[in-house]
Design a protein around this ligand. Structure first.
Ligand code: UDP
Length: 237
């Protein structure tokens, strides 16, 4: 069996990914499938932490565009990520994977507070740490939270599970002539304004020499395959 390419990774799962074919909320089948894939990666011996988005439930910027105060709306968005994190914890524990949820907004009876050194210790013990509530600050995204936590946790790579198998010049689901990239630089993403992760997340990854690997989260076993250097993905370095 191929040796895993990384020792410790952070996987960012967007809220949209958890929706499956629905327009809103969670598809438990999809959450379970992702949990199985995370379990596969744990079985390779790779330490895993997760950042979960909230866009399937609430997006601050959308509410602000129809008149809500942005900081207030972002508070609701961060709460949405906590709901998703608890759903993912439930699915992972159901798959036999030990987990801890750490929230950037203190919610003592639901999750641990975010304590970096404690999170590191959990991972060393083989637990999957799920980071909820983004960065804990409005005007940020969970992509930025993912880059931040990956840097703080000393991860070797930041994985971004998307709806397609890598980064394309345009959305391949809308434009069949969209070109797929094998590797890109951080500056390529920023200068071509490719919709992979927001600029703050890309900059943070660049400053910390954190490779970003983009793959299709809906392909069964894709996360495990990527860890072995198999399957299709785009690497940003
Ligand atoms: N959010 C925030 N600060 C953060 C991370 C997230 O205020 O550090 C809020 C923001 O309102 C955002 C929502 O939480 O719209 C859900 O996160 P995001 O849009 O990043 O989720 P995804 O697109 O990954 O599902």
């Amino acid at each position: 069996m191929a040796e895993p390419r990384y020792k410790r990774v952070l996987l960012k799962v967007s809220g949209e990914a958890l929706m499956g074919d629905r327009d809103y909320g969670l598809d438990t089948k999809v959450v379970k499938a992702i949990a199985q894939d995370v379990r596969g990666v744990r079985e390779l011996g790779v330490e895993v932490c997760l950042v979960i988005g909230g866009g399937n439930i609430f997006r601050g910027v959308s509410a602000a565009s129809v008149g809500m105060d942005r900081a207030q709306a972002d508070g609701m968005g961060m709460l949405a990520t906590v709901m998703n994190a608890l759903a993912m914890q439930n699915a992972l524990e159901g798959a036999g994977v030990e987990t801890r949820v750490q929230s950037a907004i203190t919610m003592a009876s639901l999750a641990e507070p975010f304590i970096r050194r404690r999170a590191v210790r959990h991972m060393e013990k083989g637990r999957v740490v799920i980071f909820a509530a983004g960065t804990g600050n409005p005007f940020f995204t969970t992509d930025t939270a993912a880059a931040l936590r990956a840097a703080e946790m000393g991860c070797d790579a930041l994985l971004k599970g998307t709806q397609v198998d890598g980064i394309y010049s345009a959305d391949p689901r809308k434009n069949p002539r969209a070109e797929r990239y094998e590797t890109l630089t951080y500056l390529d993403i920023l200068s071509r304004d490719l919709a992979v992760m927001d600029a703050a997340a890309i900059s943070l990854a660049r400053e910390n020499h954190l490779p970003i690997i983009v793959f299709n989260i809906h392909e069964p076993g894709a996360f495990t395959a990527v860890m072995k250097g198999e399957g299709k993905f785009t690497t940003v370095i």
